[in-house]
Ligand binder design. Structure first.
Ligand code: BG6
Length: 471
């Protein structure tokens, strides 16, 4: 089986997890820059400003800022048709509320896009990937505050105008449905003791919906050829048993995620969500024009990340969290888990694609998928990551079935962390996803030298054959 001509094979990264150069050429501090290193068991800390002596992995990351030419050349060697990356908002607007952008930041992305285009690689750009300007957090309370909508839209106007002839594919917010799960990472919000978390995060989410919808409409005005998508984490949730109560529980859990895609794809809050909001004593403050803004700013496609599936049970006793499954849920006895406890479920990607396509009938784009694992460098320098190849083979087989047998419209596939980078949840380097190895450890030691893993050659062959040769 293979994919249609023009299928966008590629890889995905995010600025704060790879660029480094956190305070270079006028860049301001972002929320990612105050996140310390953690581990599988020790959560990352988010400090108030930069504290001397703390280890902040984004500050150097993997040095993409200075090595982007070498990295893009390696992607080109694998045959990437596209490269998903994000723009670091604080390179363009260091505090976040400036009227004029920072030219050095704009020039950097011009150079990166030119380098991609030189190899015929389409940039796929996330406008905001887990890095809100820290200045907006300090001065305005970030996405709690409606003012942030205008700052975001001005940022979009700046980059859409500047790159209108270089970038066609955009996504407005990374994993927009993670705001309640990770309020600081996703939206620069800290929930204060005694605060109603639901109230704060739903209001902030509304601001993001309005900002995204305004950006979509504006982007289409700037260049009608733009394809602007939403991006969500897709948490496929199974019922533990055929007990209808378990099925209902699974449905309710999924609803909390569909809430986000419904608004961005359909352009309005569903009746079910309106009920949920009033039942939970949440009041979303809306402006008179918001309904129309949401309606006019629906997205062109749905980008999503898929790493794992989850299991829901109505039994309160069973609601223990599956080890490391960051989205919760109970253990699935039919699945193996990664070293970080993420339950590996290739068939789940086919089900997810079908669920999303049946619900929305919009083109889909898998913009993240992959295995975080510990890699071993052999004495001869080789890295034999067969486990990663197995993971990808199994997932690609399933997405090919979804397209060729189920008729799902899939635009492309960009495995996460195509080059090793900083983990978002733990800040570790040890949790590697790449086809390309980067010499660096959790404490920041290493030369940053790049080397090709076994999976590099495997993925190159997959792209060359348009997904036909998965051996
Ligand atoms: C997604 C994020 O949730 O998962 C990425 O969009 C992140 O930023 C990726 O890196 C993998 O998660 P982690 O925690 O293993 O880095």
């Amino acid at each position: 089986m293979k994919m249609q001509d023009g299928f966008l094979w590629g890889g995905a990264t995010a600025a704060n997890q790879c660029e480094g150069a956190w305070n270079v050429d006028g860049k301001g501090i972002s929320t990612a820059d105050v996140a310390t290193v953690g581990s599988h068991t020790i959560p990352r800390k988010y400090t108030k400003g930069i504290i001397e002596g703390e280890n902040y992995p984004s500050h150097e990351a993997i040095g993409f800022y200075h090595r982007y030419k070498e990295d893009i050349k390696l992607f080109a060697q694998m045959g990437f048709k596209c490269f998903r990356m994000s723009i670091n908002w604080t390179r363009i607007f260091p505090i976040g509320d400036e009227a004029e952008p920072n030219e050095a930041g704009l020039q950097f992305y011009d150079d990166v896009f030119d380098e991609c285009l030189k190899y015929g690689m389409e940039p796929v750009v996330t406008v905001s990937h887990y890095e809100t300007p820290y200045g907006l957090v300090e001065k305005y309370g970030s996405w709690r505050n409606r003012k942030t909508v205008a700052f975001y839209v001005n940022y979009c106007k700046t980059i859409f105008t500047r790159y209108k002839n270089k970038v066609k594919y955009w996504m407005t917010f990374n994993e927009i449905n993670c705001i309640a799960l990770m309020p600081f990472i996703a939206a620069g919000i800290t929930i204060e003791p005694g605060e109603n978390k639901n109230q704060v995060t739903f209001q902030a989410a509304h601001h993001q919906f309005v900002a995204s919808a305004k950006a979509v409409a504006l982007g289409h005005e700037i260049n009608p050829d733009f394809k602007i998508g939403m991006m969500m984490i897709y948490p496929l949730i199974y019922a533990e048993t055929c007990n209808p109560d378990d099925a209902l529980e699974a449905m309710k859990n999924m609803d909390l995620h569909y809430f986000f895609s419904d608004v961005q794809v359909r352009g309005y809050y569903s009746n079910k969500m309106k009920k949920y909001i009033s039942k939970n004593n949440i009041t979303i403050k809306m402006e008179a024009e918001d309904e129309e803004i949401l309606n006019k700013g629906t997205v062109d496609y749905i980008g999503f990340s898929y790493y794992m599936s989850m299991v829901a049970s109505a039994d309160e006793q069973k609601k223990e969290i599956a080890a490391g499954n960051m989205l919760g849920g109970i253990n699935n006895p039919y699945l193996k888990a990664s070293d970080w406890g993420w339950q590996i479920d290739p068939v789940g990607v086919r089900i997810s694609l079908n669920n999303l396509y049946d619900r929305y009938h919009k083109p889909l784009f898998i913009v993240e998928n992959g295995l975080g694992a510990v890699d071993k460098v052999e004495k001869d320098g080789s890295i034999n990551d067969d486990y990663r190849i197995d993971y990808f083979r199994a997932h690609i087989e399933q997405l090919e079935l979804a397209v060729n047998e189920d008729g799902v419209e899939l635009m492309g596939y960009t495995p996460w962390g195509c080059i090793d980078l900083i983990s978002a949840s733990t800040g570790e380097m040890k949790k590697r996803y790449g086809f390309i190895y980067v010499d660096k450890d959790n404490d920041g030691n290493g030369t940053l030298t790049r080397s090709k893993k076994k999976s590099f050659y495997w993925y190159k062959k997959v792209i060359e054959t348009n997904g036909e040769d998965l051996d």
